[in-house]
Design a protein around this ligand. Sequence first.
Ligand code: ATP
Ligand code: MG
Length: 556
Amino acid sequence: MNKPQPPSTSNFIKQVIEADLASGKHKTIVTRFPPEPNGYLHFGHAKSICLNFGLAREYGGRCNLRFDDTNPEKEEQEYVDSIIDTVKWLVPEFDGKALYASDYFDFMYQAAEHLAGAGLAYVDSQSAEEMSRSRGDFTHPGTDSPFRSRTPEENLDLLRRMKAGEFADGAHVLRARIDLRSPNINLRDPVLYRIKKATHHRTGDKWCIYPMYTYAHPLEDAVEGITHSLCTLEFEDQRPFYDWLLNHLADGGLLKRPLPQQIEFARLNLTHTVLSKRKLIELVEGKYVDGWDDPRMPTLAGARRRGYTPEGFWRFAERIGVSKANQTVDLTILEDCMREHLNEIAPRRMAVLDPIRLVIENYPEGKEEMLEVPNHPQKPEWGKRPVPFSRELWIEREDFTEKPPKGYFRLFPGNKVRLRYAYVVECVGYDMATKSVRCNYIEGTRSGTPGSDAVKVKGNVHWASAKRARAAPVVLYDRLFRIDQPEGVDHLNPESKRLVTAQLEPALDITERETFQFERHGYFSSGDDHFKRATTLRDSWAASFTGGRATEPAAT
Ligand code: ATP
Ligand code: MG
């Protein structure tokens, strides 16, 4: 039973799409998510995936997963597999079929020959330093390369020989012939192809020249019939080249119109997180975390193990929206989205994470009552489960103190609390010999029975039957970084992972992969022979202390 979602809100990208559909420019839309397979997907990629697949979903179009695998040296099959797996997880309608930019190498090369033959590209034989010097900078225009005036025939000949492997790496490059005095540095004859005698993860040794990203990307979009090519703001200055290239190729008959339109949006930055691949690699390689899918990592593989849900990410994407201005989003928003969704799907259970014994001295030894406890307070249709209650229980260590601070409503000598779903008990003290908290229960106060709320209490404490509880390892994950804007390993939170041995109510099964709410503690997922905390119930990083005050669960 899902809560109805608010209608998705409009934004500047949807306005462009709706105008293009209304004018008949496009009958249907095609978007793409184009990762480079050089790392694992992170939370920033989730924004892009939800945006691109979400638009395709909303307008009945298509979204391609395309590997931008034009750089032979940094790419690996391990990353390809992990990315496909992750996109399948996040996008239920994705069929798992990926496209590869390297499949278009032939077309890209053909387009390069066309440009060279049409006088729109030339082979430059300057050294890398000469080229970078003659490109100028923001305040100085560039100057033409001495090789800029090569004829189309010379350029075609050199390009073919580059492809044939006649030259060493770096001997020549193919450049677009645009304008070295353009105020936009990206238009100062950008490099289209370089020589690189490297083995590619899919094309092997077939090629020794490889297209540059700025050249390859527009072509990939055009070949696939992408209608709206959404990218992050850094690419805004590339848009004139994107259009220059595609329009010349369409004029030359190599591409069909309408051409794809590049639209930029602000990338996601999150507090308490690093999202750059370089910094994530540092965490993995320095063994500060247990691999890419460590539940603390801001990777989608890590989030999945931690118990975060795809629906939580979709909510998050919808909530933060898209904008044209870079902003940093508080990690709390993501955590809240996860909490909200987990709240809807997670059955309730009781688990004591830091157990001490409670002995109910006036409760008969050997007696056991089976209490009927709701699986979800807002979902009566989920039914109830039996929870055994007896004389000796486990409770949280922090739910008892001999000297209560002001505002403490839990167990201390003389105070009464409700044992959740069970009786009101009055604390009588602590027994050093047996290391147990002592109390007496008050007859007639059993939850759900008539008159059970006659005795008013402010504290409400969860518990597990000492005889029937199961001890189990639970890992308490917390934020990986302790400050808002972490730079890297210096800012790691030393308490981001804590292992405890908890006492679980018997209905909890560690072997099935499932997520539960441990009452008062948060959402926990089983699997890997332990429970992991996905999130706390409230934002524990906001300064708030509730003193353990809780209301009596609705008697049903
Ligand atoms: P990094 O800078 O971490 O290496 P990247 O942008 O190089 O990331 P790609 O694999 O090239 O990683 O990214 C694939 C797609 O995901 C691109 O379309 C990119 O715009 C998008 N993307 C990457 N990071 C973010 C982010 N933080 N917010 C939104 N979109 C992102
Ligand atoms: Mg990139």
